[in-house]
Write a protein that binds this ligand. Structure first.
Ligand SMILES: Nc1ncnc2c1ncn2[C@@H]1O[C@H](COP(=O)(O)OP(=O)(O)OP(=O)(O)O)[C@@H](O)[C@H]1O
Ligand SMILES: [Mg+2]
Length: 404
């Protein structure tokens, strides 16, 4: 172990072997699990001794603090990602003859080390998008009364348990009509439907489809229509989400919202066909009672529910799992889990919902196998049984592509 004194500020940093950190990590995971088993034990739950109860509650708080500190060992400032993006922006701008200013802020925001590596695959796509689709040529900008040089800004910010990273440009933004035109041409939208009533979120969701581009030709910079699709997949793999804020004529803002950690997470325990599954809480927008909501079916299409006065696709897991529905063990509550997929709400029907639980996710090694299922990890619950974490996005993708 090496100790370095940082001259600029007096903080001391330690160089620690990655394997040691992993070991502390695994041990903490086991500690959290054991604590959960202890606290949820029925015999413990009915304890009346106030002293013992107080000690257990202190133990809970202490272990949560240890867990937080251990998780923070994996965190590192996002700066390197911003610096790399700056370089990509300069190189691309030069290549296509555009002049830009590049700003960033919040570069000290801490984020999981592995996430930085993963995000390095997305950022060049987003920067190239801003330069190619967003920022106008210098002469066009002058004509529009804009500053001759365009601006791209990156910003990172911690908000509770999440980190929000934004990529903003002051270009032309997304032209809704151009997207609609292209989508009709590609058969993604039916010109007979009332397209003007579709919300922006639905129209912009099309940009995330693989192969969708508004460019007329494929260049080195863009036109293949894979940039946003890749970005969305990667962010969802990190259990985060992407949002688009469009300001027509003024620019585009892309928000990437990521959980602070992906190892010890809060999950909902749900029942589907008599099996318990886990759902990451940070993905859940709302939990609704499906009894009594208006359901419908678009002719020759899939079921939907009316949520916030709009039709929202309903995923029935039995169809995905190709199982005949079994009656739930207890009284079914027919619960709907609302989540955002590709910028749009979707609802997953589950038979029952139990408690919220803090889980320690087992690292997923057997990717191949998981590709074919809707599972993105597993965890031991406090009753000692292993339960699988549902990959809501894989389910949503499969549901949307499934034929009736
Ligand atoms: N910053 C931006 N400003 C305006 N429009 C954008 C911006 N970023 C993306 N878009 C729109 O989203 C579409 C999809 O982007 P995406 O990166 O997926 O594909 P592409 O850039 O056309 O091709 P490539 O896969 O080669 O990057 C673009 O064709 C463009 O219409
Ligand atoms: Mg692109």
């Amino acid at each position: 172990m090496e100790i370095e004194k940082n001259k600029a500020n007096t903080s001391t940093t330690l160089r620690v072997d990655a394997a040691s950190i992993q070991e502390i990590f695994n041990l903490t995971g086991q500690l959290v699990l054991l604590k959960n088993q202890l606290l949820e034990n029925p015999e413990i739950k009915i304890l009346s001794d106030p002293f013992l109860k107080g000690s257990l509650s202190d133990l809970d708080i202490l272990i949560r603090k240890i867990e937080e500190s251990v998780l923070s060992l994996r965190l590192t400032p996002i700066r390197s990602l911003f610096i790399k993006s700056h370089r990509v922006a300069q190189e691309t701008a030069k290549k296509i003859g555009k002049d830009i200013e590049f700003h960033y802020e919040g570069e000290d925001t801490l984020i999981d080390r592995e996430m930085i590596d993963t995000l390095s695959d997305i950022f060049p796509h987003l920067i190239r998008n801003s330069l190619d689709h967003g920022i106008e040529s210098p002469s066009e900008r002058i004509k529009l009364g804009k500053k001759e040089t365009g601006t791209i800004s990156l910003k990172a910010q911690k908000m509770g348990n999440e980190v929000i990273i934004s990529i903003t440009d002051d270009g032309r933004g997304i032209d809704r009509n151009k997207v609609i035109e292209k989508a009709i041409l590609n058969g993604l939208l039916d010109p007979k439907m009332n397209i003007s009533s579709l919300p922006d979120s639905e129209i912009f969701g099309l940009l995330f489809k693989s192969g969708f581009s508004t460019s007329e030709e494929i260049t080195e910079i863009s036109g293949r229509g894979v940039g946003l699709d890749v970005g969305k997949r990667i962010v969802e793999k990190l259990r985060g989400r992407i949002e688009i804020k469009n300001h027509p004529g003024q620019g585009l803002e892309i928000l990437i919202i990521l959980p602070l950690n992906t190892t010890i997470i809060d999950a909902l325990v749900v029942e589907i066909n008599r099996v318990k599954y886990l759902i990451a809480i940070n993905e859940v927008i709302e939990i609704i009672n499906l009894n009594g909501v208006t359901m419908g079916r678009v002719p020759a299409s899939k079921k939907f529910i009316i949520y916030n006065e709009r039709p929202v696709p309903l995923i029935e897991p039995n169809l995905l799992f190709s199982q005949d529905p079994l009656p739930p063990i207890g009284k079914s509550r027919e619960v709907g889990i609302i989540f955002i997929h590709g910028g749009r709400p979707m609802v997953l029907k589950v038979d029952n919902i139990f408690t919220q639980s803090q889980i320690v996710l087992n690292p997923v090694k057997f990717e191949e196998l998981l590709e074919k299922s809707f599972i993105s990890g597993s965890a031991v619950l406090s009753d000692g049984l292993v339960s699988n974490l549902l990959d809501l996005h894989k389910m949503a993708d499969f549901h949307l592509e499934m034929r009736d």
